[in-house]
Design a protein around this ligand. Structure first.
Ligand code: SF4
Ligand code: SF4
Length: 334
């Protein structure tokens, strides 16, 4: 190992032990230039090169604070070892369901802020009340127009910017289009939060809600439970439900028929409330469906139907505008 005043000056034996330790601790490193919040740092390592290493040495700061040089081959070996150590649950979760391409449609004309979707999602994923995989936003296009409510999950972009910035491949897109997070690899750098244009990701700043209760559960990458402090979480399109042939938690919980979910390859989506299955392309074409910020090229896989012809118009006392402080606005369960 090269002499460097920043490098560890431990004896050779310690260095060898640390190198072996490093191979086991690969999940605790972040890329060059990262805002380091946990573990250790790669310095000057281009992750794109890992398929074609050029034999250079890279400097790595291990989780226990030692700075050392390793070859790119060692780095790749360590990454492969980490992959080999994945549980069956994780491996299956990474692969996804063959032949599927999941898509969601949210009908804004039907949402009346019941928030049953949020409750079902938070319950399933053991989230704190202030943490949202799906959030219902109150929108108002102009002062004189009626407000409407907009549920907002992760859009499971076909071209997701979030996965491209992750220095440890902890967040990835599966073959069925779902973007997941492996919180056993995530080192909490929050690059993905910065990259997501839709603010779809949440960070576990404090100990998760059920950390004590969940501590012996095997990690399920499709459910992201147990949640882990210092890592990212987000909507997973209820990948665990899809594997069982069920609709996502939020879709089933909505009492107002807001959500459709289905397979783009089959061109069908099913309404979670009525259980009616319809042609996805027709639903979008006939109702003016759209995706958010299409111009970014992210190709979101969550479509919205506009809040026209609302089934639940918020009108009272002859007024067409709503006083945002009025407690009647935002109610309307069921
Ligand atoms: S909405 Fe954000 S977090 Fe979800 S896939 Fe797109 S970029 Fe990634
Ligand atoms: S998932 Fe996000 S926070 Fe975690 S390591 Fe990847 S980029 Fe960083």
């Amino acid at each position: 190992m090269k002499e460097d005043k920043n490098l560890s000056d431990s004896p050779q034996q310690d260095e060898n032990n640390a190198r072996r330790g490093f191979l086991k601790k690969l999940g605790l490193v972040v890329g060059a230039g990262a805002a380091v919040t946990a573990g250790a740092v790669y310095l000057g390592y281009d992750h794109e090169k890992k398929k074609n290493p050029d034999g250079k040495k890279v400097r790595v700061l291990t989780a226990d604070g030692q700075l050392m040089e390793v070859s790119e081959a060692e780095l790749i070996q360590a990454e492969n070892q980490t992959a080999d150590e994945e549980s069956e649950l994780q491996r299956r979760g990474r692969e996804g369901l063959p032949g599927k391409h999941w898509v969601m449609v949210i009908d804004l004309s039907k949402c009346r802020n019941a928030r049953m979707c949020m409750a079902a999602c938070q319950g399933a994923h053991h989230l704190r009340p202030e943490q949202h995989h799906i959030n219902v936003l109150r929108m108002q296009d102009a002062e004189h127009t009626e407000p409407y409510f907009m549920p907002k999950p992760c859009f499971h972009c076909d071209n997701p910017p979030c996965t491209k910035v992750c220095p440890v491949d902890a967040t990835f897109k599966r073959q069925d289009g779902i973007v997941l997070i492996d919180n056993q690899r995530c080192i909490g750098c929050r690059f993905c939060i910065a990259a997501c244009p839709y603010s779809a990701r949440v960070f576990n700043w404090i100990e998760p809600l059920k950390s004590e209760e969940d501590k012996d559960l095997p990690y399920d990458v499709e459910l992201n439970v147990p949640q882990r402090k210092g890592t990212i979480s987000k909507c997973l399109f209820s990948a665990d439900c899809l594997r069982k042939g069920e609709l996502p938690y939020c879709v089933r919980a909505c009492p107002n028929g807001v959500y459709y979910f289905g397979d783009l390859n089959e061109d069908t989506v099913t309404n979670g409330t009525t259980r009616e299955t319809v042609r996805f392309s027709e639903l979008i074409r006939k109702n003016g469906g759209y995706t958010v910020l299409e111009e970014l090229g992210t190709k979101p896989q969550v479509y919205y139907l506009p809040p026209k012809n609302r089934l639940f118009p918020y009108q009272y006392e002859g007024k067409t505008t709503i006083d945002p402080d009025d407690s009647r606005v935002g109610g309307g369960r069921g």
